[in-house]
Each structure stands twice: as structure tokens, then as C-alpha cells.
Ligand binder design. Structure first.
Ligand code: 5GP
Length: 174
């Protein structure tokens, strides 16, 4: 559609960043172009309007840019998932392995209700390692992940195959 084309034009591609061989898709191009940003919000809202979301959970750090845009439209709260040691209060944690080494994600348990219907958002789905860890973490709290949503999906990396929940992306790159 026209809106998706606007997004494609706004996303800037940087070859060999952050290291040789990697093609980086920069989502901040969308935030520099307010028409594209509105299109992004509209496309997401059209998609999730009927999902009956109770809470939106966003991944550190660009998920924090996308989540609140959606929350405002849904009238539902936003919660962050962060790397270990950044969130105060009672947290649940989940350790997982990345391509290079280990990482631990945390989520504040006091604000998660058992059985809540959770939408997880991030800017980009690549190998799916981060999203998979986020799904596991949310499920540890007894909430239900109804969908994972990424603005960009790098389809050749097959990240969605790592996820045992529905996945939606707005713009795909092969
Ligand atoms: P994955 O865990 O799926 O391999 O990687 C996804 C995570 O890495 C996301 O949190 C995303 O922000 C970051 N990431 C990986 N590649 C890119 C990229 O090309 N552009 C952007 N904006 N983020 C990326």
C-alpha cells in the first residue's frame, strides 16, 4: 500500500554497519518524517485494533519508541523489558544466549497480571533471539503473549520460526 511505501522510503539502509558484512536498517528515518511516522502508527493500529490487548511490552531500546505510540491509541499501559540491573523493584529475569555470549532480560512483576493479554513490540526482527527471550520472560509471569510485532522483519533470517506465538511485521526485507 501507499503507507508501506512511505515507510520503505523513510527507512535508511547502511551497508557494513555496525560491522563489515552487516546491513543496518535505520528506523530513525521514520521518526524524521512525520508523515511516515503517522503512517506507521496507522498501520499498526489498524492491525491490532481487534486483538484485545491488555498491556503492551516493549524491548530495550527501540521498542520503547514504538510501544507508547500504540498504547495511546489503545488506552492500555506500556511496560519495558530491559537488560538486567536497569529496572527497580521486584523483577522476573530470563537468561538467554545470543550469537555472541549471554544476556539477561528483566520485567517488573508488580505490574503484570496473570492471564493478561500481552502484545510485545520491537523495532526489528532479525534472528528472533531477542524476541524469543521476551516471549519466554512474559510467559514466566503467567501472562499470555497474543502477538509479537516488529516494524521491520529481515525475512531471510527466519526469526519468526523461533517464535511459538503469532508474529506481525509492517515492512519486510529479504
Ligand atoms: P535478533 O535478536 O532478532 O537477532 O535482533 C533483533 C534486535 O537487534 C532488535 O532489538 C533490533 O533493535 C536489533 N537489530 C538487529 N539488526 C538491526 C538493524 O538492521 N536495524 C535496527 N534498527 N536494529 C537491528
Amino acid at each position: 500500500t501507499e503507507k508501506i511505501q512511505l515507510l520503505r522510503k523513510a527507512i535508511v539502509t547502511y551497508p557494513n554497519f555496525p560491522k563489515p558484512g552487516v546491513t543496518f536498517r535505520d528506523i530513525f528515518g521514520i521518526f524524521r518524517d512525520i508523515t511516515a511516522l503517522r503512517a506507521m502508527k496507522d498501520l499498526i493500529v489498524e492491525h491490532i485494533l481487534f486483538l484485545e490487548v491488555d498491556v503492551v511490552v516493549g524491548l530495550d531500546s527501540r521498542g520503547f519508541l514504538v510501544g507508547p505510540l500504540i498504547c495511546m491509541e489503545l488506552g492500555k499501559p506500556f511496560l519495558p523489558i530491559r537488560k538486567k540491573g536497569k529496572l527497580p523493584g521486584k523483577v522476573v529475569e530470563h537468561a538467554f544466549s545470543l550469537e555472541y555470549g549471554e544476556a539477561t532480560f528483566e520485567l517488573q512483576t508488580d505490574f503484570m497480571k496473570k492471564g493478561a493479554r500481552v502484545l510485545i513490540v520491537d523495532d526489528l526482527l532479525a534472528t528472533g533471539g531477542s524476541m524469543r527471550a521476551a516471549v519466554d520472560l512474559v510467559q514466566l509471569t503467567g501472562s499470555k503473549v497474543i502477538e509479537c510485532l516488529a516494524i521491520i522483519e529481515l525475512t531471510t533470517l527466519k526469526g519468526r520460526e523461533k517464535l511459538n506465538v503469532p508474529v506481525h511485521s509492517v515492512v519486510q526485507y529479504g
